[in-house]
Design a protein around this ligand. Structure first.
Ligand SMILES: [Zn+2]
Length: 461
């Protein structure tokens, strides 16, 4: 038997067993004419290019070891100090990282700032390993990946990462503010904003929209204080007309300052100020029916588009689904009884037409396969997984991705909602699209007011 190329070697390695000649359990490198497996050394094959530890012929990373063996060896050395054995109290930690789905990321993490110090401390102490120790490292995607792996392996307890990230984000922002502002806004942030969020999310995970809103509330408070500083007005002397002028001058997000004003009023820091509610502007971004149909057609039939773009695009264009709702879906929310496919949207079934069902099925199968590989880093099989397997894609990123492929999500969603609102009562529309009743009622209102005529007139202009 002659030398074997790496792909043949990888193929036969799938069948480990006893070598017919030396009778040892080794990776088999080929078969005799009788069909018995034979190991590399007995076959006289040069295994120089295989990993010296596990025999794999996958790409050699360093020191003639594959990535996983190299990462595992480095990890043992860092934990054991002299590289002899991994201390007993760190066996779970070691096993979890050795089995991680992406050994290259583990190998890279080992080279990051502060990691070797952390590992030598862990190796030398019996103290329990905590989230805080990872929090002390720079917050990078690699550290987040390592945390996810350790949580899935139950080495660390699960925690709401979005919620945990908020105080750190807020402190970093406050650190850049002038001292008087910082002194004023720090108690508002910690004792008002964060306190309320923690209380409300003790038993349910924080959603991206709530996280976004909290950030906006803090930013708007700082923005108002900046404006007051520029005008030399102390906060206590801010008048209602001045506040309203500031609100009118800026974007609608400025209304988020309401939380700060309410808090300051409660503490007697401002007078009886009120932030008036903004009128919700009627939607104005629509596409023509032809464009809408063309985009939908591409989502359903264009194989050159990425599958997640086609699936998310079709669901947005047909049902007007919010991206935040779409991104909360897991493969378990795809109800498939072989006859019909439906989506489970917060307890409501959304039946899918056959062509969309085909896309959703394909997307589910693709994610499930990827999740099998990444299970070491995620307990949730997201239908639209992100770069970090424990998290779904970000709403902003999905939006950009759709736009890059010529799908206009906002206009498409508006078109779909309007079409549905003409046919469905608000309560059904709300269930159907996973939007709130008040929002759905607004949409049926728009439809009733012959909005279609309005769009038609707009497109003629
Ligand atoms: Zn190896």
């Amino acid at each position: 038997m002659g030398p074997v190329c790496t792909s043949c070697y990888a193929a036969v390695r799938e069948h480990p067993g006893a070598c017919v000649q030396c009778e040892q359990q080794r990776p088999l490198i080929g078969f005799t004419e009788a069909g018995d497996g034979i190991c590399g050394p007995c076959a006289g094959v040069d295994l120089t290019y295989a990993c010296q530890r596990c025999g794999t012929s996958e790409r050699i990373f360093r020191e003639r070891l594959c990535t996983r063996c190299f990462a595992t060896k480095q990890l043992a050395e860092a934990l054991g100090g002299d590289g002899t054995t991994v201390p007993r109290q760190r066996q779970d930690f070691y096993s979890a990282l050795s089995a991680a789905g992406h050994p290259r990321r583990v190998a890279y993490w080992l080279t990051c700032d502060g990691v070797s110090t952390l590992l030598s401390q862990l190796g030398a102490s019996h103290a329990e390993f905590t989230h805080q120790q990872l929090d002390d490292l720079p917050n990078t995607p690699t550290t987040r990946y390592i945390r996810d792996v350790l949580v899935v392996a139950a080495v660390l307890p699960p925690r709401d990462e979005r919620l945990e990230a908020l105080p750190r984000w807020a402190d970093a922002l406050l650190a850049q503010a002038p001292l008087p502002q910082r002194q004023l806004v720090t108690p508002f942030t910690h004792w008002y904003l964060l306190h309320r969020i923690r209380r409300a999310h003790r038993h349910r995970p924080l959603r991206a929209s709530t996280q976004h809103q909290m950030r906006s509330r803090l930013r708007r408070a700082l923005e108002l204080l900046d404006w007051l500083d520029e005008h030399g007005t102390p906060l206590g002397e801010l008048t209602q007309p001045e506040l309203e002028m500031w609100l009118e001058e800026g974007a609608v997000e400025r209304r988020e300052v309401r939380a700060f004003v309410t808090w300051a009023r409660g503490r007697g820091l401002v007078g009886e100020l009120v932030v008036p509610r903004a009128r919700i502007a009627a939607p104005s971004v629509f596409t023509t029916d032809e464009e809408h149909a063309e985009q939908l057609h591409r989502c359903l039939g264009d194989d050159s588009l990425p599958l997640d773009v086609r699936t998310a695009g079709a669901l947005t264009l047909l049902f007007g689904l919010q991206h935040t709702k779409l991104l909360e879906l897991t493969v378990r929310d795809v109800i498939d009884d072989n006859k019909m496919v439906a989506l489970n949207l917060a307890g409501h079934r959304l039946p899918l037409p056959p062509e969309v069902a085909r896309l959703v099925r394909a997307q589910r199968d693709q994610c499930q396969a990827r999740w099998q590989l990444d299970q070491t880093a995620s307990t949730t099989p997201w239908l639209f997984p992100g770069q970090e397997p424990a998290r779904p894609l970000g709403a902003t990123y999905l939006n950009l991705k759709l736009r890059r492929h010529g799908i206009a999500p906002r206009a498409g969603r508006n078109n779909a909602r309007l079409a549905l609102a003409t046919d469905l009562p608000a309560s059904v529309l709300a269930d159907f699209t996973g939007t709130s009743i008040s929002n759905a009622t607004r949409w049926t209102g728009y439809a009733r007011r012959d909005w279609l005529d309005y769009i038609a007139s707009r497109t003629r202009i």
